[in-house]
Each structure stands twice: as C-alpha cells, then as structure tokens.
Design a protein around this ligand. Structure first.
Ligand code: GTR
Length: 392
C-alpha cells in the first residue's frame, strides 16, 4: 500500500504541488513514532521534561539505529594557521586557512578549514559549509567563484563564511571511509552502532566549532551550519547532537535527512543503505525491509535541534529527496518548538515554489529546479539568519 502511495505521489507531484498537498491531506498512509511520548509511555508536556527525558532518549535512538555513536573524547587538539591574508577579496575580507589536528591514542587526523571573515565587522556570525562536492567550490584564492559557496555574497552581507571538505574526516567511499576520524576511534568500526562516514563528518564539524571558540574574529554563539544533500543530512545530525551550533540549514537532504522515511517517496532506506553502506551504522540496515519498525523518523531529528532555528530546502525537480516529506517533517517537529513557546509561521500546506518562509523559527523553501545548492538558496539563508539574530 505504501509503495502504491509513493508511486501515485510521484505522478501527481510532477504535475503540480497542489495535487500533492491534497494527497497528503487525504491519504497519510503512515503513522509516525510519537515525538512527545517517552519509551515507557509518559507524555512529555514541558520543555524541562523534553530536555531531561525525551531528548536524550531520541539522541540515543538515532545513535543506535541510524547515525552511530558520537565519541567525544580525544587527547589533544591544535589549530595551525597555514595561510593568512588580511586583505583578501579586494580588502573586504580576512582569509585564514587553518589546519585542525586532533590526536587520540597515538594517532592523529587533520581537518583543513577555509575561513573568510568580513573586515568591517568585529566578531561575525559565520556560515560553515560541510563540503561534499569538489574542493574547487571553496577555492580560497577565489579564482573559481562557485554558487555552491558564494563567499563574496556572505561577506557583503556581513557574515563570515567557512568550509571544510568531508574527505578530511572520512573519504566518501565504502572501501576507504575508515581513514580520518575513524582511525582515532577504531572501536566504532567493530560496533553495530558505531559511526561511519556521516557520523565522522558531523564529528569534524564539531571540531571546527572547537576552533571557532578560539578565533576572536568569530562570534561562536552564532555559528550557522550548512550542508547540501549528504552534507545536509550531516548538518542536521551535527546540529542535533552538538547544541553549540546556533542554527542549521539543510539543502535537499532527502532520505535520512529532512525527509520522512515512512512516506516511501523517493529514495528508500534500503536504497540508501545499499548504495552507500559506509554512511550509516550497521543496525540501520536491519530496517531496510521494515521501515515502520524504526523507533524514529526524521521529524524527530529536526526536533532535536529545538529551540534553535532550522531552515530546510527542497527543489521542485528533486523528487528523489521527497520535497513534501521534507516539509511535513518540519511541521511534525513543531510540537517540540511549542514546548519552548516558539510558534513557527509554517502553513499547513507547503508554500508554492520560490516562496520562502523566512520570518519563522522553522523556515523552508521549495526552489524551482534541480537538486543543488545555489545563490538563491544562500540568499534566503542570509535573510533567515538576519531575522533570527535581530530577535536576539
Ligand atoms: C544521492 C543519494 C542521496 C543524496 C545525494 C547527494 O545519490 O541517493 O541520498 O545524498 O546523492 O548527496 O547529492
């Protein structure tokens, strides 16, 4: 029945959004795990109970069944500025390339951070991209100016912009993902709930956060994490378990990102686990043929970020990432924000394409076009961050 539902969704969505919205209203076809009920059946009715009981429970459920453990201990961390240009971008920005080295039990790994801070601003808020695409997209020399990481746009808007490449933390490859972070934590490789590549990428984002806390040009209380697609899944997981990130932007993250697994629209858990066995933990594979047995769904991942702001995006032609399912996830996370007295401006039905919901603790847009991260997306990220920070 669910498969039939998925097929019919695919057909109607390509015609118009409105049909898809109606279908959602009429034929839910799935039951989500209850977000505000503890495993032992208690209703969660306050932010205190959410923080004390339900939130930690859900973090553990995601660790054990999806993303793997997030080891916190290491022996030493060092930050080494390898390239420093005070007047980059025609004098508008300060470029620092920083090697972050982490040691544990005699092993070490490096993360290479590229950071531009605006010269006309003290202690800037920073957007950190988890870069899963070509390194050229984040060219520190600015010979290549990519819409995937439009650094000048961010600097001109008064924000710092940073990036690291996922391959530093774990190569995106089923045979070599063990190089990098997992060399420090070999026990993770032996555990069915051990982290793999996406966990390692999220871990690396937290080490960049460690660095930001030491950089006087950055306001570390205003670090905005950004990821696209597999990077978008990573950004949500990193923001969920490391509460130092101020807000999360997740672009076209799809399955095991913002989209609900139980809708069976677009990529399935089985397909993602088969194509990318090195992303999620071993236990996740046990749900390949029985997604309804998962104790979580992705609305719970977004809720873990509460009360901090979250903005997700879809693209109209990116049915593989289930735009409607990503929007419903946000709606289903809203009850947790309500516990904190935060009401979003989300509408019951998704907004039309290219109509962003900005002035809201939970934001969203469905961009016309294909699976990508573009200057249009970034311009809405900037508006959303402006709105959140003006409130503070
Ligand atoms: C696809 C994968 C998606 C998404 C995407 C990407 O092949 O099925 O889950 O992560 O790659 O990262 O661009």
């Amino acid at each position: 029945m669910n498969i039939i539902f998925g097929f019919s969704f695919l057909m109607v969505f390509s015609i118009t959004n409105v049909c898809a919205q109606n279908e959602h209203a009429k034929t839910p076809g799935y039951d989500l795990p209850e977000i505000l009920k503890t495993i032992d059946g208690r209703n969660v009715t306050s932010s205190a109970a959410w923080k004390k009981d339900r939130r930690p429970e859900i973090v553990t459920l995601f660790e054990d069944n999806v993303y793997g453990q997030m080891p916190e201990r290491y022996d030493k961390i060092a930050f080494n500025v390898t390239h420093d240009v005070a007047d980059a971008m025609d004098g508008k920005a300060h470029l620092k390339e920083v090697t972050i080295t982490v040691w544990k039990a005699g092993k070490s790994m490096d993360i290479h951070l590229i950071l531009f801070t605006p010269n006309n601003k003290k202690r800037a808020s920073v957007f950190l991209l988890i870069n899963n695409r070509d390194k050229d997209n984040t060219d520190p020399a600015r010979n290549n100016k990519s819409g995937f990481w439009p650094a000048e746009m961010l600097i001109d808007s008064g924000y710092a912009i940073a990036a690291f490449h996922v391959s530093d933390a774990a190569p995106d490859d089923k045979d070599t993902y063990q190089h990098g972070v997992l060399q420090l934590y070999p026990e993770q490789l032996r555990a069915d709930n051990g982290m793999k590549a996406i966990g390692a990428w999220a871990w690396a984002a937290s080490r960049v956060m460690d660095y930001f806390k030491t950089d006087k040009d950055i306001d570390f209380t205003k670090v905005n994490l950004v990821g696209h697609s597999r990077g978008g899944k990573t950004a949500l997981w990193a923001g969920a378990q490391d509460q130092r990130f101020a807000m999360v932007f997740s672009s076209c993250s799809g399955n095991t990102g913002a989209a609900l697994a139980r809708r069976h629209v677009g990529e399935s858990v089985k397909e993602i686990n088969t194509a990318f066995p090195h992303w999620f933990n071993n236990n996740y594979k046990k749900f390949n043929d029985d997604v309804n047995a998962l104790p979580v769904d992705q609305h719970m991942l977004i809720a873990l970020i509460a009360p901090r702001p979250v903005y997700t995006t879809s693209a109209t032609e990116d049915i593989w990432a289930d735009p409607l399912g990503s929007y419903i996830s946000l709606l289903e996370a809203q009850p947790v924000y309500s516990l904190y007295g935060k009401q979003s401006a989300l509408t019951a039905e998704p907004p039309p394409p290219n109509t962003p919901i900005i002035n809201s603790i939970l934001g969203y847009h469905n961009r016309e076009g294909i699976h990508n991260l573009t200057p249009y997306d970034w311009s809405n990220f900037i508006e959303f961050a402006n709105y959140q920070y003006v409130l503070k």
